[in-house]
Ligand binder design. Structure first.
Ligand code: BMA
Length: 827
């Protein structure tokens, strides 16, 4: 098997429609070096022929690139050895998006789906010596408008509506958190391969018995090419590398007694077995494939919820029902080829370290890179995988359906072996948009909702045929009488922020069996904001800052800054400068997450009453520097919300909810066993006087909520602190301050911040201090941050990568100060 990647020597140039394509490909002038895999925009940027689209208002100045057709050309030679192969193929891993291909002047391919690899048999077309490969990428915008003219204009939220006709990452058309960047180019590798016989696919639909004592590991091997005289061996190795069995043939079946089970993060380890497949002929190895396998039993349990309508939507792994705490994932960049494996690892580790156990790959991005799913397997992050449809009334004409079927088959085959993959989901919000235009819902004429055939027959057919073990869910949200039904399936709870802009303190009212989207905006780190705004534009209301907030009213009018202003003025006093603006937006976002995760998780009550089994915040990450719902900004700098979520999703978390003079208290546990904890309760006045304290020894029951007796303290305006100790060590903290914050004066708490070592700070204060935020202007992996400090309590926080950098310290209503290694600071 010869695999030759065609990635050097490529050139690109804008299409000159004044001449024929042949003439244009033959032109001597106007060619630039091109990176393959890559996109036009990435090359123009790298060669200084396009301004940085993420800086200032430059987005406006780079749209010509996406509206233009582009040419790629390559001359390559095919040596003797390669041309000897029984089978010689050109493999295009991914062409973004509308591409015509010529080989040696002959048109050999027209591709129209960026998610579908193309394979061309070139055995008879390849020449000895030089061969030419010519690619013409057509503007998707122009093509989309032509399709609109032919098939009709369709409804869509976000981006040019013609996007629904194109099988291109939808967010490239611009979204309410992202700029428009209509990339074009061979975004995946181009390879010339020559072989007699090769391994085309390895499928391992392993199953674990209900008693978890036996795992059945079938290994199905699909071969391609000339099938005679070859033999296949399959070897199964344990997580430690030990050989557990060896079989010959393309359909092996191994039985593993007392398997080493794969668990989501927080529940156990992520041991991975390996199936090693070797293809030989006459003793010569023709091809090999290594497939990692995680053995686990995963179900989505939908059962009655005690005393409530509808049914649960609970993920269960190895017979352990889980409260799913996680986030929605968008692509890390508009220029996909710029995203490094390191970036994937960093982001997913930030999620895992925040006690998340699920990531939703949202339907407006891409089927993510293999490294993403490999990392989720290793980190124990379950994956909710949407098919790539988002917020649109998609067409369903035959060519479109053929393209979608090919796309779905490729995606399911590529991803189905990952233990982390938990569920397939038809689309993002397409039922909601159909309902919004009266094309879906009880008693309505559904003829207008043609795309239902995709979500309710095409995709489930593909999943049943290629991955029958996993649940397929028609859409997100979906379930019940309509997509907003809170009693069945999943729900997007956007009453906070969107629609009526409900206060985030009311999140409990917008719960559902599984809340797969909710969120509140905040600005990126100050240093990130300053990185994209010219000096004179560094104030919250500037044109540039508003431009870097893409949230918009249905009219298209930007309205993110307006909605943010409402949440700021509902809760906090007016900000004094850009730094405080950033802190305040991040403060309200973090507070919103405290309410959401605390209240949703408190409804994961007990077996038979898992009323809410999951909460996935919109959104984990950003793809450019922007004010958005992200909890980690585009430079990987975590926002306070990530630390709030970490506390609320901790294996043991103390829930506090103020009710007049009483304080409701409970413990949410993700532990698999009951455990004894000591609960410490404190009540302080604003000035820091302790008015009450109580300690209780309690038993926290496993995988549920343990409600405790309320605590009544006969005084107004008190600040409550709680700590949970296990074996003397504090494992959880929470606090509850009287709200709204703007009515009380939290100023001048003599907060002290001391550098103890290059990686550790010590914090203390004599008054209750809200939201102590430590910021070094770059990514730092703090073990805790955005801390509520109890008077007299000494807290140490560590960031292994801090390196003694100056730390900017803020807290509610306080002036920012900077702590540096050689001197401690106090307010
Ligand atoms: C939901 C998501 C995204 C969107 C987000 C914020 O609609 O599915 O489409 O970005 O809300 O508005």
């Amino acid at each position: 098997m010869i695999n030759r990647s065609l990635q050097t020597g490529w050139q690109l140039k804008p299409r000159d429609v004044a001449v024929s394509p042949e003439q244009d490909f033959g032109a001597a002038e106007g060619w630039l070096p091109a990176a393959v895999p890559g996109t036009v925009q990435q090359d123009l940027l790298a060669q200084g022929r396009m301004p940085d689209p993420y800086y200032g208002l430059n987005e406006h100045d780079v749209q010509w690139v996406g509206e233009q057709d582009w040419l790629y050309r390559l001359t390559f030679s095919a040596d003797e050895a390669l041309r000897q192969g029984d089978h010689i193929e050109l493999h295009f891993g991914g062409l973004d998006t509308l591409c015509t291909v010529w080989l040696n002047g002959e048109e050999v391919l027209r591709s129209e789906n960026m998610f579908v690899p193309q394979v061309l048999d070139v055995k008879t077309r390849l020449r000895a010596g030089d061969n030419t490969l010519h690619l013409l990428f057509g503007s998707v915008l122009r093509a989309g408008h032509a399709l609109e003219a032919e098939h009709g204009r369709r409804t869509a939220w976000n981006g040019d509506k013609s996007r629904v006709y194109l099988r291109k990452a939808q967010y490239h058309y611009g979204w309410d958190w992202g700029p428009v960047m209509l990339t074009a180019g061979p975004w995946q590798p181009i390879t010339l391969r020559s072989y007699r016989c090769r391994i085309a696919d390895v499928y391992v639909p392993s199953e674990v018995s209900p008693d978890l004592q036996t795992a059945f590991v079938p290994v199905h091997v699909t071969l391609d090419g000339t099938l005679s005289g070859q033999d296949v061996t399959v070897e199964l190795r344990g997580p430690g590398g030990d050989v557990l069995g060896r079989q010959t043939g393309t359909a092996a079946l191994f039985e593993v007694e007392r398997p080493d089970l794969w668990y989501p993060s927080g529940q156990g380890g992520q041991p991975l077995y390996t199936a090693e497949v070797t293809l030989r002929r006459a003793g010569e190895v023709l091809d090999t494939r290594t497939q990692r396998v995680g053995l686990r039993r995963l179900r989505v349990v939908q059962e009655p919820v005690e005393g409530e309508p509808g049914r649960s939507f609970t993920f269960e792994v190895n017979n352990q029902p889980l409260f799913i705490g996680g986030a929605n994932w968008i692509p890390e960049d508009l220029l996909l080829n710029r995203i490094s494996d390191h970036q994937y690892r960093e982001r997913l580790m930030q999620a895992r370290n925040a006690h998340m156990n699920m990531i939703r790959v949202w339907g407006g991005g891409i089927y993510e890179a293999d490294v993403f799913y490999d990392l989720c397997d290793e980190l124990g992050l379950l994956v909710w995988q949407d098919f790539m449809f988002a917020c649109g009334m998609y067409p369903a004409h035959p060519e479109f359906l053929r393209s979608v079927r090919a796309e779905a088959e490729v995606a399911v085959r590529r991803l189905r072996n990952h233990p982390s993959l938990a569920i397939w989901v038809g689309n993002n919000e397409d039922y909601a948009i159909a309902e919004s235009v009266g094309a879906s819902g009880p008693g309505l004429d559904e003829k207008l909702f043609e795309a239902r055939v995709i979500y309710e027959s095409l995709l489930p057919e593909v999943c049943t045929a290629l991955d029958p073990q996993r649940l397929y869910w028609p859409g997100s949200p979906w379930g019940g009488v309509n997509s907003a039904d809170p009693t069945v399936g999943d729900r997007h709870s956007w009453e906070v922020w969107h629609s009526q802009m409900a206060p985030y303190q009311d999140y409990a009212r917008f719960q559902a069996r599984f809340v797969s989207e909710f969120g509140l905006q905040s600005a990126p780190a100050l240093s990130t904001l300053e990185g994209y705004a010219p000096e004179e534009e560094r104030f919250p209301e500037s044109r540039t800052v508003v431009h870097h907030n893409k949230a918009a009213a249905p009219s298209g009018e930007p309205d993110g800054h307006r909605r943010l202003a409402v949440y700021l003025s509902d809760n906090l006093r007016a900000h004094r400068d850009l730094g405080e603006f950033v802190y305040q937006t991040q403060f309200v976002q973090a507070e919103a997450m405290r309410y959401a995760y605390r209240d949703f998780r408190s409804r994961f009550e007990h077996p038979g009453k898992y009323a809410v089994s999951g909460a996935l915040v919109w959104q984990l990450n950003d793809c450019w520097p922007v004010t958005s719902w992200a909890i980690i900004d585009s430079r990987g700098i975590a926002k306070p919300a990530l630390y709030t979520i970490k506390r609320e999703l901790a294996p043991l978390a103390a829930g506090l909810r103020r009710r007049g003079h009483a304080l409701d208290i409970w413990i949410s546990s993700a532990e698999r066993m009951a455990c004894s904890v000591t609960l410490e309760l404190f009540a302080y006045t604003l000035s820091g006087t302790q008015v009450a304290q109580e300690t209780r020894d309690v038993r926290a029951l496993p995988a549920r909520k343990t409600a405790l007796a309320a605590w009544t303290v006969p005084a107004e305006d008190l600040i409550f602190f709680a700590a949970l100790r296990v074996g003397g060590e504090v494992v959880a903290r929470s606090a509850d301050f009287p709200e709204p914050y703007k009515y009380r004066d939290f100023a001048s708490p003599d907060l002290q911040v001391e550098y103890l070592s290059a990686t550790t700070l010590r914090l203390r204060a004599s008054r209750p201090t809200k939201g102590v935020w430590l910021d070094v202007g770059e990514k730092a992996d703090w073990d805790d941050n955005f801390i509520d400090l109890r008077p007299g309590e000494v807290r140490t926080v560590t960031a292994p990568d801090l390196g003694g950098r100056p730390v900017h310290v803020r807290a509610l209503d306080t002036q920012a100060v900077t702590a540096s290694l050689h001197e401690s600071v106090s307010r």
